[in-house]
Design a protein around this ligand. Structure first.
Ligand SMILES: Nc1ncnc2c1ncn2[C@@H]1O[C@H](COP(=O)(O)OP(=O)(O)OP(=O)(O)O)[C@@H](O)[C@H]1O
Ligand SMILES: [Mg+2]
Length: 445
């Protein structure tokens, strides 16, 4: 039985979005900086609509979308389920994990879908609302298709809710929805702007930054404020939530494909250790000639080294590659030593002067094929760019932001054409080096 009053949920919803719970604009845009609570608020709005449908006895069919199905499964689907659980509503939702659907007692539904197969969209009927998560991933044509599916009469309001970072001022979303007037109002500090959009539809645009999210981690804020030192454009987009420019992309040599070769020349795993809000990233690289296949196995913050080792071991077991070679960030010798003690074949990546630039050049020599389920790798490749100073001059270093899987791939490739590290026992090492320090265990002797 759904016996929650929306007002009772107020404490768990950021104020900015609480005002929008009853917003019925056909187009509702939550955009702005990173960590501003957009995705959580969008997921909350879906569940609140399910609850309202229950009270009013008018069932709804809500569609949550991202460009691809693996991406929607990892993001919107998990987000909605986690809020259902927080609000003690999990037991009333019947979950179909294969079809990515949640069904509620009054037959209301939340469906999760990627647009990888546009035919699928045509087969879905009676949709009440659509949430387009990371809406900048979609093309204008995708949007038009979705908009078309949401025509026709219904006793419920129909809404397209978009959540996104304003990554590129040339984006169709900006051209379609942000006229000069709206832009000015937002620049003058107005956070919610509502307008008529067409004769019978209206639009509400909501601008947010991490400051609108009272649940945000302190470390996350520091990271975002530090971006000004890294790159002015990223600071504008992710910290201030302003429309940015897309320039200085580092990689163009990548695409996605389902097929990962069973036969390959080399297989290495790359590992970037997590730290506080940064996830640990564990990536598999298979190389055939000049083609590099990459697949992400793990992308998770807040793991202890023991947890990390257990997870990696189960991944290697599933891959039937128990002794798989793992190349990890050499600036974390203690963690590498610990993973080795847990029985993993973990080694430091080869690091030389300019190793980041060198590693990028190495990656550029390959045609990189990204496994389609590896949504974090894809996102990082899309956003990886050269840093710029505040005058817009391109610097000779990448922006250090959202680069965990890329670092892991760099580490994995660092072994190619490099001498393998020779390990000696701790005992022997102590004899050779009286000033023994466990960090030096793998120094070549
Ligand atoms: N209502 C909430 N209750 C509890 N935690 C929240 C809430 N809203 C946001 N958070 C916390 O803040 C984090 C960032 O929120 P969210 O993922 O919604 O931001 P976002 O604006 O979608 O970020 P991005 O632009 O990176 O996609 C969440 O992972 C969660 O930990
Ligand atoms: Mg988000």
């Amino acid at each position: 039985m759904i016996n929650l009053k929306i007002e009772r949920l107020k404490n768990g919803i950021n104020e900015l979005y609480y005002q929008l719970i009853r917003n019925k604009s056909r187009y509702l845009l939550y955009y702005g900086g990173a960590g501003s609570g957009k995705s959580v608020a969008a997921a909350q709005k879906q569940i609140i609509r399910i609850m309202q449908a229950f009270y009013t006895q008018k069932p709804v069919r809500l569609l949550c979308m991202r460009k691809t199905t693996p991406a929607v499964r990892k993001s919107a689907y998990e987000e909605v389920k986690s809020i259902l659980s927080k609000w003690s509503l999990s037991q009333i939702a019947v979950e179909n994990k294969t079809r990515l659907q949640l069904t509620f007692p009054d037959s209301s539904e939340i469906l999760f879908m990627g647009l990888d197969d546009p035919e699928k969209l045509k087969s879905i009927h009676g949709i009440t609302s659509v949430w387009m998560e990371e809406a900048t991933e979609f093309t204008l044509d995708d949007f038009r298709q979705i908009d078309l599916r949401l025509r026709g009469k219904s006793n419920q309001y129909k809404q397209i809710l978009m959540t996104f970072n304003p990554i590129n001022e040339q984006h169709w979303i900006k051209k379609q929805f942000f006229d000069d007037d709206i832009q000015k109002e937002i620049e003058s500090g107005k956070q919610i702007v509502s307008r008529k959009y067409t004769a019978n539809s209206d639009i509400t645009i909501v601008h947010s930054t991490y400051k609108d999210n009272r649940f945000i981690d302190h470390a996350y804020i520091e990271r975002l404020e530090h971006l000004i030192e890294e790159d002015q454009n990223y600071y504008n987009i992710y910290t201030l939530g302003k429309w940015g420019v897309l320039s200085g992309r580092i990689f163009e040599n990548y695409s996605t494909a389902e097929t990962v070769p069973d036969k390959y020349d080399i297989r290495y795993y790359g590992l970037d250790f997590g730290y506080s809000i940064d996830p640990a990233a564990f990536v598999e690289c298979r190389i055939i000639g000049k083609t590099l296949y990459v697949k992400e196995h793990l992308y998770q913050p807040n793991l202890t080294n023991k947890e990390l080792a257990d997870l990696i071991r189960s991944i290697l077991d599933a891959n039937q590659d128990k002794n798989g070679q793992i190349l990890a960030d050499s600036s974390e010798p203690k963690s590498i030593a610990e993973l080795r003690r847990y029985g993993l074949n973990c080694q430091p990546a080869v690091k030389g002067p300019d190793s980041v630039l060198y590693g990028i050049q190495k990656m550029k020599q390959y045609q990189i094929i990204i496994d389609p389920e590896s949504t974090n790798i894809l996102k990082e490749f899309d956003g990886y760019k050269w840093a710029e100073d505040k005058f817009g001059n391109q610097l000779n270093k990448p922006v250090q932001y959202n680069d965990h899987t890329i670092d892991a791939i760099r580490y994995a490739l660092s072994r190619i054409n490099a001498e393998p590290v020779k390990f000696i026992t701790e005992e022997k090492y102590k004899q050779k080096r009286p000033d023994y320090n466990e960090d030096w265990m793998w120094e070549e002797i």
